[in-house]
Design a protein around this ligand. Sequence first.
Ligand code: ADP
Ligand code: ASP
Ligand code: MG
Length: 416
Amino acid sequence: MALVVMKFGGSSVADADKMRLVASKIASKKKSGNKIVAVVSAPGDTTDDLLKMAEKISPNPPAREMDVLLSTGEMMSIALLAMALDAMGESVISLTGPQAGIFADLQHRQAKIKKIIPHKIHKLLNKNHIVIIAGFQASNANGDITTLGRGGSDLTAVALAAALKADACEIYSDVEGVFTTDPRIVKEARKMDYLSYNEMLEMACSGAQVLQSRSVEVAKKFNVMINARGTFSDDAGTIIASEEMIKKLSGRKKMEAMIVSGITFDKDQVKFTIVDLPDTPGVAARIFNDLAKINVNVDMIIQSAAVDKKNDISFTVVESDMKKTQIELDKIASEFNATRVECDDQVAKVSVVGVGMRTNPGVAAMAFEILAKSGVNIEMISTSDIKISCVIDEVDTMKAVEALHKGFKLSKSHKA
Ligand code: ADP
Ligand code: ASP
Ligand code: MG
């Protein structure tokens, strides 16, 4: 008997009809002879709504209390889904993250799973129950409830699949799998059958929200094969696995033929520039150390060439870190006698991702040419061995994504 972890995101359990549909999908997988652990997210926009409620109450709510609040969304889902399955005559039990034996570190809002003690889950599965588990939550050494960062139910599912040594980890959402770009924005986007962990990681980190990036990291670490697929479709979805496994499953040639697999975009970006810093050793170290101390994650960095022993440093951060970055940089700028700190939140990052770039040096040049021909100005560039990212004016985002998607022949009509 196979053990299958099935995860359903917020859009899949947004109302009673969708909840019943999810219940029938779970029941039918159980009837085909599988043991089922189902992980669910909060219904629809519940987590965003809870965040807004907290904002109305306090400008700076304690992280511990935020976690108590945010974890309630997933608890609604597990209870309702268990009721739907019970009404269908299934034997089912719901568990919160702590009840399921999911333990995390002491951080709040971004807790990391430390261990899973799956005794209770195994016991219930052996009694032939369907086990429904709340995603996105865990308990810590203080006995407090914590949450795993936005999109964290994906992480719950992958971590459970690893801990339970599940035979399959299926992550269901409102799209049929992972596409060459966001299919809700670009209608010509094509669903991919296979994607390597590294490509999925780069896509998730650069804006493709279909899978949480940390869940992909954990899948890669424990070699959990993910099947990303649609709740409202019977399509086989996308397999995310190691490059070796994909070569085995798909045939070697196909993998090598893919130079670029996807285009991503992220509008949640802010560019800071500190103008006229002294061109002396230790300045950059000081800036980025101070930002690291206040937990600001810096993405792209550019330092201009020195003129008159002064230079500018520009970098990007996510919008939620804008305020604290501004306060920190104002202090640093006055200490170093910099002329000013500029902040631009009207920027976006577009990225081109693909393992084939490692062996095809022309990809960056082609990306820049496509953007130039579309009249899109590039403000910053960063590269890894399988990704090229450009910071551009936010108003040009769609133009850039569509041009790159078309230019790299990723549309449905180009399918090999
Ligand atoms: P869930 O609520 O099920 O966790 P998410 O909203 O987190 O689902 O992720 C699914 C969404 O990801 C889709 O609705 C789609 O708009 C978006 N998305 C962005 N980029 C991609 C991509 N490359 N492929 C598929 N979906 C994408
Ligand atoms: N409900 C949480 C969120 O919206 C977790 C998740 O959906 O995965 O981020
Ligand atoms: Mg999600």
